[in-house]
Ligand binder design. Sequence first.
Ligand code: ASP
Length: 533
Amino acid sequence: MATQAQLPEGRVLIIMTGGTICMKPSPDGEGLIPVRGFLNQGMAPRPSFNDGSMPEPLPVMTTATTKKYLRSLRTPPSTYSRHIRYTLYEFPELLDSSSISSEGWTQIATTVQNNYSLFDGFVVLHGTDSLAYTSSALSFMLSHLGKPVILTGSQASIFALQSDAEGNLLGSLILAGTFMIPEVCLFFHHRLFRGNRTTKVSASSFDAFASPNCEPLATITAMGAEVNWNLVCRPRSIARFDVLRRLDTAHVACLRIFAGIKPEMIAGVLRVPGLRGLILETFGAGNAPSGEDGSLTAIFKDAVARGIVIVNVSQCQSGSVTPLYAPATALGNAGVVFGHDLTTEAALTKLSFLFALPEITYEDIIQQIPLSLHGEITESSTAQFSHPSSKKPHLSDPQTAFAALGYAIAKGDVEAVTEMLDGDQYGLLEAQDYAGNSVLHVAALGPEKRVMRELLKRGASVHARNRAGNSALFLARRMGNGEMVGLLERGGAHLHVEEVERGGVDVGVGGGEGEGEGKGRGESNGGVGGVGV
Ligand code: ASP
């Protein structure tokens, strides 16, 4: 039995940007303002954030080249027999989130990037006012994300007697340090949402956020976290984590249609110099007045002809924009793009993201709007429901299925592996054997690079570690399997910081692109036998 001192630790970097969670009344009586020293004043005195073990400081990259050692704390063990070890980096200027802009998003994204290999997950503390915008923006800026980035805040300060701060922060910390959910998420009031599906729905209730068109990715109950793995989006190509540094928010606007709106007002907005995109918040399923003799429709048509991208989203919280009624159809015929069930926040930031891509054309953008880049939209071909795979489950229970898959991987049988994963109803990519090995660990020791490629393309996590704390990359390096090492690294794998601290495995293989044939191939089937969930 592991003693408390030996329990595994998930490492989390908390990035403090400001918001109510760290606010106190300003000395001049001008309202609440963010204050510094959150870790020492807000977290260290609370037993749920500090088990009193006084761990060593943790290194944090405060710029791409500056490393600082910051005080770290550790939670008591969670339901998952795991401590969360964390530190907190405060931005030089703490904001009320109503002032955040694309520079702030860049600062958050680069802080994650600079510290990506040092932590298992990231929690971003942020004001609630623009939290849904920041969550949406980051979801587009962070590509091939393999680790959780969870944004949270609170409706009342952590220093207030009655506050939601402790629950929101603790829930985020435990989720970020325990589950490899490779998405930008927003955690609030016991629920983990996909960030780009959220919207703020209350200025005072603790239940302040909703995700009307997408179920929560996880819910915290008294029994622990229930993760809805079927909903979790995973990377679908083999590539390393990367960041798009700047969104183009300067050329996008948003306009809410209201009953009686004058066409000249809309024409005025569409003539703003430099405007490239407009999010049009319409009635119901996407309807807007057409104006006398179609004057408004003509204004939209003219703007589209000038190359302005107009995206139709609904003012309603839930449901989707479709050509159901004649007014919505008329907008579609004028060249206005249906934004389906995009939130306004996601539509604005998606357009800002697309405009920031080099050499993207108007046609490319129009094509990308209805497609799901990071789960932000329900693609109409797969609309509204999910159905079980048409393939029969290969085997009748998860344990047998995982064991069969493990043996097929160890044998290097690509066809069998593909077939089993196509028919998978048990979430085998998340499963672990008695020693905590995932399918990727088994593949790392297996003979067949094509099996590894198949698993990576299906989004198997390169950051999962077995009970001994070893990643698949560590095992491949120990086997001296240079091809496997190269492939894993191309898929974003790096040694975990604890593996590096232990001395890693220096076998001199696996330069980033080292996938060429003819390098020493490791022995097959080593180590991981007797798979079972
Ligand atoms: N005005 C605050 C902010 O967004 C509100 C909050 O944090 O709840 O920074």
